[in-house]
Write a protein that binds this ligand. Structure first.
Ligand code: SAM
Length: 318
Protein backbone atom coordinates (compact mmCIF):
# COMPACT_ATOMS: atom_id res chain seq x y z
CA UNK A 1 0.00 0.00 0.00
CA UNK A 2 2.58 2.54 1.12
CA UNK A 3 4.91 2.27 -1.87
CA UNK A 4 2.17 2.04 -4.50
CA UNK A 5 0.30 5.03 -3.07
CA UNK A 6 3.43 7.06 -2.57
CA UNK A 7 4.79 6.26 -6.04
CA UNK A 8 1.58 7.15 -7.86
CA UNK A 9 1.32 10.40 -5.92
CA UNK A 10 4.95 11.25 -6.63
CA UNK A 11 4.57 10.59 -10.35
CA UNK A 12 1.58 12.94 -10.44
CA UNK A 13 3.74 15.65 -8.92
CA UNK A 14 6.56 14.93 -11.37
CA UNK A 15 4.14 15.39 -14.30
CA UNK A 16 2.89 18.59 -12.73
CA UNK A 17 6.41 19.86 -12.24
CA UNK A 18 7.34 18.98 -15.81
CA UNK A 19 4.49 21.19 -16.95
CA UNK A 20 6.36 23.98 -15.17
CA UNK A 21 4.95 26.84 -13.16
CA UNK A 22 3.43 29.74 -15.09
CA UNK A 23 2.89 32.26 -12.37
CA UNK A 24 2.34 35.63 -13.93
CA UNK A 25 2.40 39.33 -13.22
CA UNK A 26 -0.46 41.07 -14.99
CA UNK A 27 -1.67 44.66 -14.63
CA UNK A 28 -0.02 44.99 -11.22
CA UNK A 29 -1.27 41.66 -9.86
CA UNK A 30 0.83 38.58 -9.06
CA UNK A 31 -1.05 35.38 -9.96
CA UNK A 32 0.25 32.15 -8.49
CA UNK A 33 -0.58 29.83 -11.38
CA UNK A 34 0.85 26.31 -11.10
CA UNK A 35 0.10 22.84 -12.45
CA UNK A 36 0.28 21.80 -8.77
CA UNK A 37 -3.15 23.46 -8.28
CA UNK A 38 -4.78 23.38 -11.72
CA UNK A 39 -7.74 25.63 -12.41
CA UNK A 40 -7.14 28.01 -9.54
CA UNK A 41 -4.69 30.79 -8.66
CA UNK A 42 -4.19 33.06 -5.71
CA UNK A 43 -3.67 36.71 -6.72
CA UNK A 44 -2.03 39.48 -4.71
CA UNK A 45 -2.01 43.15 -5.70
CA UNK A 46 1.60 44.27 -6.09
CA UNK A 47 3.01 47.67 -5.17
CA UNK A 48 6.67 47.16 -6.10
CA UNK A 49 9.08 44.39 -7.14
CA UNK A 50 12.02 44.73 -4.74
CA UNK A 51 14.17 41.74 -5.73
CA UNK A 52 14.26 39.31 -8.63
CA UNK A 53 17.15 36.92 -9.37
CA UNK A 54 17.80 33.28 -10.30
CA UNK A 55 19.93 31.45 -7.74
CA UNK A 56 21.71 28.13 -8.32
CA UNK A 57 18.47 26.40 -7.34
CA UNK A 58 15.43 28.53 -8.08
CA UNK A 59 13.96 31.84 -9.22
CA UNK A 60 13.69 34.22 -6.28
CA UNK A 61 11.20 37.09 -6.34
CA UNK A 62 10.35 39.52 -3.54
CA UNK A 63 7.59 42.08 -3.97
CA UNK A 64 5.85 44.58 -1.75
CA UNK A 65 2.17 43.72 -1.81
CA UNK A 66 -0.74 46.09 -1.21
CA UNK A 67 -2.17 44.12 1.73
CA UNK A 68 0.21 41.33 2.84
CA UNK A 69 3.50 43.20 3.32
CA UNK A 70 6.60 41.81 1.61
CA UNK A 71 6.11 38.51 -0.21
CA UNK A 72 8.77 35.86 -0.96
CA UNK A 73 8.18 33.75 -4.11
CA UNK A 74 10.34 30.79 -5.13
CA UNK A 75 9.91 29.36 -8.64
CA UNK A 76 6.57 31.15 -8.90
CA UNK A 77 5.19 29.77 -5.60
CA UNK A 78 4.42 32.02 -2.61
CA UNK A 79 6.52 30.93 0.37
CA UNK A 80 6.06 33.70 2.92
CA UNK A 81 4.11 36.94 3.36
CA UNK A 82 4.78 39.23 6.32
CA UNK A 83 1.09 39.37 7.22
CA UNK A 84 0.19 35.65 7.52
CA UNK A 85 3.56 33.89 8.00
CA UNK A 86 2.79 33.48 11.72
CA UNK A 87 0.07 30.91 10.93
CA UNK A 88 2.66 28.64 9.35
CA UNK A 89 5.90 29.33 11.25
CA UNK A 90 4.28 29.12 14.70
CA UNK A 91 2.30 25.96 13.98
CA UNK A 92 5.05 23.96 12.21
CA UNK A 93 7.35 24.72 15.16
CA UNK A 94 5.07 24.59 18.23
CA UNK A 95 2.96 21.55 17.28
CA UNK A 96 6.07 19.32 17.70
CA UNK A 97 7.99 21.32 20.32
CA UNK A 98 5.05 21.80 22.69
CA UNK A 99 4.43 18.03 22.51
CA UNK A 100 7.73 17.06 24.17
CA UNK A 101 9.36 18.19 27.44
CA UNK A 102 12.53 20.28 27.40
CA UNK A 103 13.71 19.94 23.78
CA UNK A 104 17.49 20.56 23.68
CA UNK A 105 18.72 19.91 20.14
CA UNK A 106 16.60 20.96 17.17
CA UNK A 107 17.29 20.73 13.44
CA UNK A 108 15.50 22.84 10.82
CA UNK A 109 15.72 21.69 7.21
CA UNK A 110 14.85 24.37 4.65
CA UNK A 111 13.34 27.36 6.44
CA UNK A 112 15.79 29.80 4.86
CA UNK A 113 13.56 32.78 5.69
CA UNK A 114 14.42 32.36 9.39
CA UNK A 115 10.83 32.30 10.69
CA UNK A 116 11.04 28.78 12.15
CA UNK A 117 14.35 29.68 13.84
CA UNK A 118 12.57 32.63 15.47
CA UNK A 119 9.96 30.26 16.88
CA UNK A 120 12.39 27.55 18.04
CA UNK A 121 14.45 30.16 19.89
CA UNK A 122 11.47 30.84 22.19
CA UNK A 123 12.34 27.67 24.19
CA UNK A 124 14.82 28.32 27.00
CA UNK A 125 15.50 24.55 27.20
CA UNK A 126 16.92 24.52 23.65
CA UNK A 127 20.74 24.58 23.58
CA UNK A 128 21.49 23.98 19.87
CA UNK A 129 19.54 24.94 16.73
CA UNK A 130 20.97 23.65 13.44
CA UNK A 131 19.52 24.85 10.16
CA UNK A 132 20.35 23.25 6.81
CA UNK A 133 19.16 25.47 3.94
CA UNK A 134 20.22 24.62 0.38
CA UNK A 135 20.08 28.16 -1.04
CA UNK A 136 22.24 30.87 0.57
CA UNK A 137 20.53 33.51 -1.56
CA UNK A 138 17.26 32.84 0.30
CA UNK A 139 19.04 33.51 3.61
CA UNK A 140 20.53 36.76 2.29
CA UNK A 141 17.18 37.89 0.84
CA UNK A 142 15.40 37.11 4.12
CA UNK A 143 17.92 39.16 6.11
CA UNK A 144 17.47 42.08 3.74
CA UNK A 145 13.70 42.12 3.15
CA UNK A 146 12.11 40.07 5.98
CA UNK A 147 13.74 41.32 9.20
CA UNK A 148 10.87 40.05 11.44
CA UNK A 149 11.58 36.51 10.22
CA UNK A 150 15.35 36.69 9.83
CA UNK A 151 15.62 37.78 13.49
CA UNK A 152 15.78 34.00 14.04
CA UNK A 153 19.38 34.02 12.77
CA UNK A 154 20.43 36.39 15.57
CA UNK A 155 20.06 33.77 18.30
CA UNK A 156 23.47 32.60 19.53
CA UNK A 157 22.31 28.95 19.55
CA UNK A 158 21.76 28.92 15.77
CA UNK A 159 24.31 27.17 13.52
CA UNK A 160 23.75 27.69 9.78
CA UNK A 161 24.67 24.94 7.29
CA UNK A 162 24.25 25.76 3.61
CA UNK A 163 23.56 22.52 1.76
CA UNK A 164 21.09 19.81 0.84
CA UNK A 165 19.05 18.49 3.75
CA UNK A 166 19.37 14.90 2.53
CA UNK A 167 23.17 15.07 2.40
CA UNK A 168 23.32 16.84 5.77
CA UNK A 169 21.29 14.11 7.48
CA UNK A 170 23.54 11.38 6.07
CA UNK A 171 26.33 12.73 8.29
CA UNK A 172 24.26 13.15 11.48
CA UNK A 173 24.98 10.55 14.20
CA UNK A 174 21.95 8.44 15.21
CA UNK A 175 19.73 9.86 17.91
CA UNK A 176 21.19 13.38 17.77
CA UNK A 177 18.05 15.53 17.78
CA UNK A 178 14.98 15.86 19.97
CA UNK A 179 13.08 17.49 17.10
CA UNK A 180 13.47 18.01 13.36
CA UNK A 181 11.35 20.57 11.50
CA UNK A 182 11.25 20.25 7.71
CA UNK A 183 10.18 23.64 6.44
CA UNK A 184 10.52 22.85 2.76
CA UNK A 185 9.05 24.24 -0.40
CA UNK A 186 6.81 21.99 -2.49
CA UNK A 187 7.99 18.57 -3.71
CA UNK A 188 9.27 19.87 -7.04
CA UNK A 189 12.68 21.40 -7.66
CA UNK A 190 15.24 21.26 -4.81
CA UNK A 191 12.68 19.99 -2.26
CA UNK A 192 11.58 16.95 -4.27
CA UNK A 193 13.67 14.51 -2.23
CA UNK A 194 12.34 15.86 1.09
CA UNK A 195 9.02 14.11 0.51
CA UNK A 196 10.41 10.66 -0.22
CA UNK A 197 10.93 7.56 1.91
CA UNK A 198 14.77 7.60 2.03
CA UNK A 199 14.67 11.09 3.49
CA UNK A 200 12.16 10.10 6.18
CA UNK A 201 14.39 7.14 7.05
CA UNK A 202 17.32 9.51 7.56
CA UNK A 203 15.14 11.76 9.74
CA UNK A 204 14.06 8.81 11.90
CA UNK A 205 17.70 7.77 12.36
CA UNK A 206 18.76 11.29 13.37
CA UNK A 207 16.03 11.52 16.06
CA UNK A 208 16.36 10.18 19.61
CA UNK A 209 13.84 7.59 20.87
CA UNK A 210 10.56 9.52 21.31
CA UNK A 211 11.95 12.31 19.13
CA UNK A 212 9.57 14.27 16.89
CA UNK A 213 9.47 15.51 13.32
CA UNK A 214 7.16 18.11 11.78
CA UNK A 215 7.11 18.46 8.01
CA UNK A 216 5.31 20.71 5.57
CA UNK A 217 2.67 18.28 4.25
CA UNK A 218 0.53 20.09 1.69
CA UNK A 219 -3.21 20.74 1.52
CA UNK A 220 -5.91 18.06 1.88
CA UNK A 221 -8.05 20.06 -0.58
CA UNK A 222 -5.39 19.77 -3.29
CA UNK A 223 -3.10 16.84 -2.58
CA UNK A 224 -4.93 14.28 -0.43
CA UNK A 225 -3.41 11.45 -2.48
CA UNK A 226 0.11 12.76 -1.92
CA UNK A 227 -0.55 13.21 1.81
CA UNK A 228 -1.90 9.66 1.93
CA UNK A 229 1.36 8.45 0.36
CA UNK A 230 3.48 10.42 2.80
CA UNK A 231 1.44 9.12 5.76
CA UNK A 232 1.70 5.51 4.49
CA UNK A 233 5.49 5.86 4.23
CA UNK A 234 5.74 7.51 7.64
CA UNK A 235 3.69 4.76 9.30
CA UNK A 236 6.28 2.24 8.15
CA UNK A 237 9.18 4.35 9.41
CA UNK A 238 8.01 6.19 12.56
CA UNK A 239 6.84 3.63 15.07
CA UNK A 240 5.72 6.15 17.67
CA UNK A 241 2.83 7.88 15.98
CA UNK A 242 1.95 9.60 12.69
CA UNK A 243 -0.50 12.51 12.70
CA UNK A 244 -1.66 15.10 10.19
CA UNK A 245 -2.52 18.57 11.42
CA UNK A 246 -3.26 21.79 9.55
CA UNK A 247 -3.37 25.55 9.75
CA UNK A 248 -5.39 28.26 8.06
CA UNK A 249 -3.24 30.55 5.94
CA UNK A 250 -4.83 32.87 3.36
CA UNK A 251 -1.93 33.07 0.90
CA UNK A 252 -1.28 29.36 0.44
CA UNK A 253 -3.30 27.60 -2.27
CA UNK A 254 -6.73 26.48 -0.87
CA UNK A 255 -6.15 28.75 2.15
CA UNK A 256 -4.60 26.06 4.31
CA UNK A 257 -1.59 23.83 4.61
CA UNK A 258 -0.85 20.71 6.60
CA UNK A 259 1.93 19.19 8.64
CA UNK A 260 2.91 15.58 9.17
CA UNK A 261 3.82 15.07 12.84
CA UNK A 262 5.59 11.84 13.69
CA UNK A 263 7.46 10.42 16.65
CA UNK A 264 10.02 7.65 16.79
CA UNK A 265 9.63 4.56 19.00
CA UNK A 266 10.37 5.38 22.64
CA UNK A 267 8.73 7.60 25.26
CA UNK A 268 5.17 8.08 23.92
CA UNK A 269 4.28 11.47 22.39
CA UNK A 270 0.66 12.64 22.41
CA UNK A 271 0.71 15.41 19.81
CA UNK A 272 -2.93 16.27 20.43
CA UNK A 273 -2.35 17.30 24.05
CA UNK A 274 0.65 19.63 24.40
CA UNK A 275 2.88 19.16 27.49
CA UNK A 276 4.27 22.69 27.20
CA UNK A 277 2.20 25.82 27.13
CA UNK A 278 3.35 29.34 26.41
CA UNK A 279 0.31 30.58 28.28
CA UNK A 280 1.90 29.42 31.54
CA UNK A 281 5.26 31.04 30.69
CA UNK A 282 8.41 28.99 30.23
CA UNK A 283 9.02 30.50 26.82
CA UNK A 284 12.31 32.22 26.22
CA UNK A 285 10.90 35.07 24.21
CA UNK A 286 13.83 36.11 22.06
CA UNK A 287 11.51 36.87 19.21
CA UNK A 288 10.68 40.13 20.97
CA UNK A 289 7.16 39.54 19.64
CA UNK A 290 4.31 37.64 21.29
CA UNK A 291 2.80 34.68 19.44
CA UNK A 292 0.28 35.93 16.87
CA UNK A 293 -1.38 32.65 15.93
CA UNK A 294 -0.52 29.63 18.11
CA UNK A 295 -2.26 28.81 21.40
CA UNK A 296 -3.02 25.55 23.13
CA UNK A 297 -6.64 25.36 21.91
CA UNK A 298 -5.62 25.82 18.31
CA UNK A 299 -2.90 23.22 18.89
CA UNK A 300 -5.39 20.50 19.81
CA UNK A 301 -7.98 21.51 17.21
CA UNK A 302 -5.35 21.44 14.41
CA UNK A 303 -5.66 17.64 14.34
CA UNK A 304 -9.45 17.72 13.71
CA UNK A 305 -10.01 16.80 10.07
CA UNK A 306 -13.00 17.15 7.74
CA UNK A 307 -14.69 13.80 7.10
CA UNK A 308 -13.36 13.34 3.56
CA UNK A 309 -9.78 13.72 4.83
CA UNK A 310 -10.35 11.77 8.04
CA UNK A 311 -11.54 8.77 6.00
CA UNK A 312 -8.23 8.70 4.12
CA UNK A 313 -5.74 9.84 6.75
CA UNK A 314 -7.12 8.17 9.84
CA UNK A 315 -7.87 4.65 8.62
CA UNK A 316 -9.94 2.74 11.23
CA UNK A 317 -7.54 1.08 13.64
CA UNK A 318 -7.38 -2.60 12.69
N1 SAM B 1 6.74 27.96 4.24
C1 SAM B 1 7.12 27.54 2.89
C2 SAM B 1 6.19 26.47 2.38
O1 SAM B 1 5.40 25.96 3.16
O2 SAM B 1 6.28 26.16 1.18
C3 SAM B 1 8.56 27.12 2.88
C4 SAM B 1 9.45 28.30 3.01
S1 SAM B 1 11.15 28.05 3.05
C5 SAM B 1 11.62 29.48 2.20
C6 SAM B 1 11.49 26.70 1.96
C7 SAM B 1 12.98 26.53 1.84
O3 SAM B 1 13.33 25.17 1.57
C8 SAM B 1 13.61 27.34 0.69
O4 SAM B 1 14.44 28.34 1.23
C9 SAM B 1 14.39 26.31 -0.12
O5 SAM B 1 15.60 26.82 -0.65
C10 SAM B 1 14.61 25.22 0.91
N2 SAM B 1 14.93 23.89 0.35
C11 SAM B 1 14.34 23.29 -0.71
N3 SAM B 1 14.90 22.08 -0.94
C12 SAM B 1 15.86 21.90 0.03
C13 SAM B 1 16.78 20.86 0.34
N4 SAM B 1 16.82 19.74 -0.40
N5 SAM B 1 17.61 21.02 1.40
C14 SAM B 1 17.58 22.17 2.15
N6 SAM B 1 16.74 23.21 1.91
C15 SAM B 1 15.88 23.07 0.85
Amino acid sequence: MADATANSAESKLKDAAAAGGVSAIYRGWFSEISPLWPGEANCLKMEEIIFQQKSKYQDILVFKSATYGNVLVLDGVIQVTERDECAYQEMIAHLPLCSISNPKKVLVIGGGDGGVLREVSRYSSVQQIDICEIDEMVVDVAKKFFPRLAIGYEDHRVRVHIGDGVEFLKNVPSGTYDAIIVDSSDPIGPAEELFKRPFFELVAKALRPGGVVSTQAESFWLHLDIIEGIAANCRQIFKGSVNYAWTSIPTYPSGMIGFMLCSTEGPPVDFRHPVHSFDEGGSHDTAKEPLRYYNKEIHSSAFCLPSFAKKVLEPKSK
